[in-house]
Design a protein around this ligand. Structure first.
Ligand code: HEM
Length: 225
């Protein structure tokens, strides 16, 4: 085993990979949300479709997108191994749950698995269709553009899908409520001055971002009534 393999298969190495990829995915969540909020612009989907065309054709974005999928995989693999090793080291579980630990911190594996299920369905619904599926084509500013806005607005006419999205955002918020702060702890950022600030940003992040996502299907559903 060379030093690199040794480093990323050690417990601390795995934790660093989970923390680093997790923070990158937080950044992705912000960018993805800002892009998706264009679904709410009252322009018949023009700005969202132009944005989607750029996101799915720009070579730079395509490269970042591959990196994003690699990071998602690394995050899942390393956190799963850490969870299994943790369970093996402590098969019975603590008799008394430490007062300061939250429900989310004790159930990150469960929350992560749910998010993975959401992601598989989500990608099949939108991303796969955009990349490989049949899509209506419309003309915008003289360009032929795939009408992803139509696909998304059709999906969010179904109250079941809207409910599933809102429900999933609660799980994502809970996952973030522990994950965000925990990543900074892994990096050793423990300081009387900075820890409360990181915790505050973590709380704002885990509420505002999922709320932003949840609003989109709800508004689109209500608009289509
Ligand atoms: C209202 C909520 C959401 C809407 C309307 C939405 C919409 C979309 C659409 C239309 C695409 C395909 C076009 C593109 O690649 O940009 C997409 C891709 C994607 N979405 Fe979402 N999304 C939402 C929430 C989420 C959440 C919460 C996550 C993460 C947990 C997520 C993860 C992804 C990923 C990883 C991709 C593939 C991006 C890539 O090509 O690199 N989305 N989403």
């Amino acid at each position: 085993m060379n030093w690199f393999t040794k480093a990323i298969t050690s417990t601390i190495g795995r934790k660093i990979v989970v923390a680093f990829t997790g923070l990158f995915l937080c950044l992705f969540l912000v960018v993805h949300l800002l892009g998706n909020l264009q679904l709410l612009a009252n322009d018949g989907g023009k700005s969202f479709n132009l944005y989607a065309k750029f996101m799915t054709t720009s070579p730079i974005i395509q490269t970042i997108s591959i990196g994003n999928f690699v990071f998602i995989l690394l995050h899942i693999i390393q956190s799963t191994i850490l969870t299994i090793k943790n369970r093996q080291a402590r098969p019975v579980g603590y008799a008394i749950v430490e007062n300061r630990s939250t429900w989310a911190s004790r159930n990150m594996g469960f929350l992560g698995s749910f998010i993975l299920l959401f992601l598989v369905g989500h990608l099949a619904n939108f991303w796969w269709k955009m990349k490989f599926g049949e899509m209506p084509i419309i003309g915008i500013d003289g360009m032929q553009v795939k009408d992803l806005y139509f696909v998304v607005s059709e999906a969010f006419k179904d109250p079941l899908i809207v409910g599933l999205y809102v429900f999933s955002m609660v799980f994502i918020g809970l996952h973030l409520s522990h994950g965000f702060q925990s990543a900074f702890q892994t990096f050793g950022l423990h300081h009387v001055k900075y820890t409360p600030l990181i915790q505050f940003i973590g709380w704002v992040f885990c509420i505002v971002v999922p709320l932003g996502y949840a609003i989109i299907p709800v508004v689109m559903y209500l608009r289509a009534l």
